[in-house]
Design a protein around this ligand. Structure first.
Ligand SMILES: [Zn+2]
Length: 341
């Protein structure tokens, strides 16, 4: 039984099973508005008494029933319940991804180049159908399984525990969306590795050692992208290494996630609304927040300049804020590319 279950989780057919299951259960109700339009409407017509969205969005965890096969003789389908735990490591980013894709007309096509058109279409459809557990499974199966995901199978029930780090569980699974490259050349002809190419799939920016005169975060981003000269670190080499300007491998991506895990809250009193990344202009769209005490992630994002806080663990899990949030418990900052107009 156990090995069969494992196989059924592992095989590529699963995504199709997952999606046909949804249709079977009649969850495909035609709606006139997308979830995004509903949230936007509630943001614009909010009343002071009740600032939470009228229904839970992407609640923490989830239970999914999957048809695992049939008993040969009786033809009775076998069902397996899959419980999802500690999903906050993907929930906040899924929420942000949804808002970004729905808010910007050309982004679904662009993101589809990296994550697959099918994935993007299914993702948007499931979110708009309020089918949140399936959304999470779609992410786990379609994206995470390619990288690092190994499920633990228990005798009685199947459980997927996403406890961990949201950058491991989300950001690293975005393929080459944010890939950048920087070349470097050592001045020493005898250097064991004179020419080097530094490829990064994610954007980790370090807090500056000495406070600069201007915006800390913009300075850290410049440090990541700008040309520089450093002492060569190759064994036995005393040359200087000249680094070129870092560039995006596939052009400026529709959105970027800056990993802010190394930043202290006192450095984050000011978060810039505009950012220049490798000569392209980006605008602050949202952030993910990490509470150390609870080991829990939540997210904040804006729609038409109004800030919302999403926390899958709360019963009212999408709340309109009175003013922009203080982003002092940051895990990441999310910026979207400004339109070329
Ligand atoms: Zn060298």
């Amino acid at each position: 039984m156990e090995s069969k279950l494992y196989y059924s989780l592992d095989c590529t057919e699963d995504l199709n099973t997952l999606l046909s299951n949804t249709e079977e259960e009649g969850l495909q109700i035609e709606r006139t508005k997308t979830l995004f339009e509903e949230i936007r409407a509630s943001v614009n017509n909010n009343d002071e008494q009740d600032r939470s969205f009228w229904r839970p969005v992407l609640p923490w965890g989830g239970v999914y029933t999957i048809r695992a096969g049939r008993k040969a003789i009786s033809c009775i389908p076998l069902y397996v319940k899959i419980s999802l735990k500690n999903t906050c490591t993907i929930d906040g980013f899924l929420m942000l991804l949804y808002v970004i894709l729905r808010e910007n007309q050309t982004f679904p096509r662009e993101v589809g180049i990296f994550l697959g058109k099918e994935f993007v279409d299914h993702f948007l459809h499931l979110m708009d159908s309020y089918d949140y557990t399936t959304v999470k499974l779609l992410w786990i199966w379609d994206r995470m399984s390619k990288q690092q995901y190994r499920s633990e199978i228990h005798r009685a029930a199947l459980e997927i525990d996403l406890f961990g780090n949201e950058h491991e569980n989300f950001t690293k699974n975005l393929e080459n969306l944010m890939s950048t490259v920087q070349e470097s050349l050592c001045t020493n002809w005898g250097c064991p590795a004179r020419f080097q190419e530094l490829l990064n799939q994610t954007i980790n920016i370090n807090p500056p050692l000495e406070p600069p005169h201007r915006d800390l975060i913009q300075s850290a981003v410049d440090e990541f992208f700008c040309p520089k000269i450093l002492l060569c670190k190759e064994m036995g080499c005393d040359g200087l290494r000249e680094f070129s300007q870092r560039v995006f491998c596939h052009g400026p991506p529709p959105f970027v996630i800056l990993n802010m895990q190394l930043w202290k809250s006192e450095d984050l009193a000011y978060v810039p609304y505009h950012l220049d990344l490798s000569q392209h202009r980006y605008l602050l769209e949202g952030a993910t927040l990490f509470s150390k005490e609870e080991h829990h992630y939540s997210a904040a994002f804006q729609i038409d300049g109004n800030w919302l806080h999403y926390d899958g663990l709360r019963s009212d899990n999408l709340i309109l804020l009175n003013r922009p949030p203080e982003l002092l418990l940051l895990s990441s900052l999310v910026y979207i590319r400004a339109s070329d107009k």
